[in-house]
Design a protein around this ligand. Structure first.
Ligand code: NOJ
Length: 530
C-alpha cells in the first residue's frame, strides 16, 4: 500500500461534502438512493472538486431515525447495496482523490440490535443502562424483554444508550457503574472493532454521532473526553491516516477531547449554537421554539451581526490551536439549508464566498451547491420530525440532477420516492447550472479550486478581520482581501492602502481608499501594499 498522509495533514486541505445516502442517487429504481447511485455520480463530485465525502449512517437498521438506529454496525443496509458495493465505491472515489467517511453512531444502538435484545433478557448484562427500579426514572423506557426494569434511551425511545458508565455514583441510582466496569469496557472495545472493520476496508474515518453523550452525569464531559482521547491514541497508532470528526457542536472542547475536527452546529446551549445560527438560521425551516429568535448575519434585512460568530471563532481558534479544525457546514440533515424562507438564490453566492475563504474545514451539504432549498411541508419520514415547527424532512429531499422525471434522482414511480422532490417548477438542477457559467454551481466550483490551489485561503493560514459589520472584510494570509455584503442594501467601509486585483467579484469595488459593495455583493482580491 502507498504511504498515506496522517489525518491532520490531509484535513488541512479537505473540502467536505455530506451525502444523505437516501436522497442522492438511486441506481436500482426503488426510490431510495444507494451506493451504486453515488458511484455513478463520482464524476460530478470530482468535477466539483470536493475531496472528502461523509455519509449519514448506512448500516442495517429499522430506520426509526433514518439509520441513526443501528441494528448491525458491521453490515450495510440492503437498501444501499452490500459491503462489497461500499468497498467498490470507496475505491472508485479514492481513484478520483476523494476520501469517504462513515457515520459512527457511538452512543446508542437500535432497540433491534442483538446486543440490546440480549440485554433486555439478561439481568446481568451491563451493555445498556438499566434501572432495576419499580418506577421508571425520568426519561427511562420499560424493558421490552424478560428483564424487569427500564432502560435509558439516548435520543428516541427506540435508541437505547450504550453504557459507557457514569462519571459519578449516586445513592438513589444504584445501577450506575463506573467507566471501567465490564459493560462500559466491552462497549469501548466494540467501538474499536467497528472502526477497525471499516478502516481495514479502505474508509478514511468517521463523523461521530452525539460524541459528547457517552459517559453519563459527566461534569464538563471529562470522562467522555478521556474515552475519546484513549480511542484517538489507538487510532494514531493503528490507523494514523483516519480522521475522527465529531458531532459535538463545541470544537473548543471536542478537539482537546481527541477529535481532529468538530462542527459548529445549530444545537447546544445558547452559547454553543449561536455561532452557526447567527450566520444562517432565519427562523423558518427547522425552528426550535426554545431558541431565541435572532436575525442572521446572512439576511437581506441587514439586521444581523457577524460579531457573535467572530467572537466564538476567536475563542475557539485559540483553544483548538493547531491540534484540529473547526468545521463550518452550509447545513446538514438536521437543520435548514442555506436556501430557506426569505433567503433567495441571489443571496447564496456571498455565503459560499465567506465559507470557502474562511479558515475552516468547509462542509457542503449535498445540493446546497446548486441552491436546493429547505422544502416546507415535506412529509415526515423515518423520524424526521422533532417538534411542532421542526421537521428535518425539508432538508432531505432528493438531489436535483436534471429536468428528466424525478429530476434524474430515480426511475421509480414518483409516489415511491423516499421523499417527494421540491415541487417548484423552477427548482435548480445540476444540469442547468453546469450549462451556465454564471451559476452558483460554477461559482462554488471555482471557489473550491481557488481554495485548494491557494495556501493563504486554507484552514491553516492567518485571518485579519478589517471590518465587522456590513460588509464583512478580512485579509487571508496577508495576500487576499475578501469582502461579503449579505444584505440587500449597499454597504461601504474604508479600504486598506493597497492595490487590489479582483480574482472573483460581483458588485464590489476597492478604490480611492473605500470598499463599496452593492447588495449581496462579494469579492476576493489579491492585494499589494501601495
Ligand atoms: C444526531 C444526528 O445528526 C441526528 O440525525 C440523529 O437523529 C441524532 N443524532 C440521534 O442519533
Amino acid at each position: 500500500m502507498h504511504p498515506r498522509p496522517p489525518a491532520t495533514e490531509w484535513l488541512a486541505a479537505a473540502v467536505l461534502y455530506q451525502i444523505y445516502p437516501q436522497s442522492f442517487a438511486d441506481s436500482d429504481g426503488d426510490g431510495i438512493g444507494d451506493f451504486a447511485g453515488i458511484e455513478a455520480r463520482l464524476d460530478y463530485l470530482e468535477w466539483l472538486g470536493v475531496n472528502t465525502v461523509w455519509f449519514n449512517p448506512c448500516f442495517s437498521s429499522p430506520f426509526n431515525d433514518a439509520g441513526y438506529d443501528v441494528a448491525d454496525y458491521l453490515n450495510v443496509a440492503p437498501r444501499y447495496g452490500t459491503n462489497e458495493d461500499l468497498t467498490r465505491l470507496t475505491e472508485a472515489a479514492g481513484r478520483r482523490g476523494i476520501r469517504v467517511l462513515l457515520d459512527l453512531v457511538a452512543g446508542h444502538t437500535s432497540d433491534q440490535h442483538p446486543w440490546f435484545k440480549a440485554s433486555a433478557n439478561d439481568p446481568s448484562d451491563q451493555r445498556f443502562i438499566w434501572a432495576d427500579s419499580t418506577e421508571a426514572p425520568e426519561g427511562f423506557v420499560a424493558s421490552p424483554g424478560s428483564r424487569p426494569g427500564f432502560y435509558q434511551p439516548n435520543f428516541f425511545a427506540s435508541q437505547p444508550a450504550l453504557n459507557f458508565g457514569h462519571a459519578r455514583m449516586h445513592p438513589d441510582e444504584p445501577w450506575r457503574v463506573p467507566v471501567d466496569a465490564d459493560g462500559p469496557r466491552t462497549n469501548r472495545q466494540a467501538l474499536r472493532d467497528i472502526m477497525d472493520h471499516w478502516l481495514n476496508l479502505g474508509l478514511s474515518g468517521f463523523r461521530v454521532d452525539m460524541a459528547a453523550s457517552l459517559v453519563k452525569d459527566d461534569p464538563g464531559h471529562a470522562e467522555t473526553a478521556g474515552l475519546w482521547r484513549e480511542l484517538r491514541g489507538w487510532l494514531d497508532e493503528k490507523h494514523p491516516h483516519a480522521a475522527l470528526l465529531s458531532e459535538w457542536g463545541d470544537p473548543k472542547h471536542a478537539v482537546p477531547a481527541g477529535f481532529h475536527a468538530d462542527f459548529f452546529l445549530q444545537f447546544g446551549s445558547r452559547a454553543d449554537g449561536l455561532p452557526l445560527r447567527s450566520l444562517w438560521n432565519n427562523w423558518e425551516g427547522t425552528v426550535n421554539e426554545a431558541w431565541t429568535p435572532l436575525e442572521p448575519y446572512f439576511g437581506a434585512k441587514g439586521e444581523g451581526t457577524p460579531r457573535l460568530f467572530l467572537d466564538a471563532w476567536r475563542e475557539t481558534t485559540e483553544a483548538v490551536g493547531d491540534a484540529g479544525f473547526i468545521s463550518l457546514p452550509t447545513a446538514n440533515h438536521d437543520f435548514s439549508r442555506l436556501a430557506c424562507g426569505p433567503r433567495t438564490a441571489e443571496q447564496l453566492p456571498a455565503a459560499f464566498v465567506f465559507q470557502l475563504t474562511w479558515p475552516t474545514l468547509p462542509a457542503i451539504y449535498y445540493g446546497d451547491e446548486i441552491g436546493m432549498r429547505y422544502v416546507p411541508g415535506t412529509p415526515t419520514r423515518e423520524g424526521s420530525r422533532l417538534g411542532p415547527r421542526y421537521d428535518r424532512a425539508g432538508s432531505r429531499t432528493p438531489m436535483q440532477w436534471d429536468h428528466s422525471p424525478n429530476a434524474g434522482f430515480s426511475t421509480a414511480s414518483t409516489d415511491d420516492l423516499y421523499l417527494p422532490l421540491d415541487p417548484d417548477p423552477a427548482r435548480p438542477t445540476v444540469a442547468a447550472q453546469r450549462a451556465d457559467e454564471g451559476s452558483l454551481l460554477h461559482l462554488v466550483r471555482r471557489l473550491i479550486a481557488l481554495r485548494k490551489a491557494t495556501r493563504e485561503l486554507g484552514a491553516r493560514s492567518g485571518t485579519e478581520v478589517l471590518h465587522e459589520g456590513y460588509p464583512l472584510v478580512y485579509v487571508r494570509g496577508g495576500r487576499f482581501l475578501v469582502v461579503v455584503n449579505p444584505r440587500s442594501g449597499a454597504a461601504e467601509c474604508t479600504a486598506p492602502a493597497c492595490a487590489a486585483t479582483a480574482v472573483e467579484a460581483s458588485g464590489v469595488e476597492v478604490d480611492d481608499g473605500r470598499i463599496r459593495a452593492s447588495g449581496f455583493g462579494f469579492g476576493i482580491f489579491t492585494i499589494e501594499a501601495t
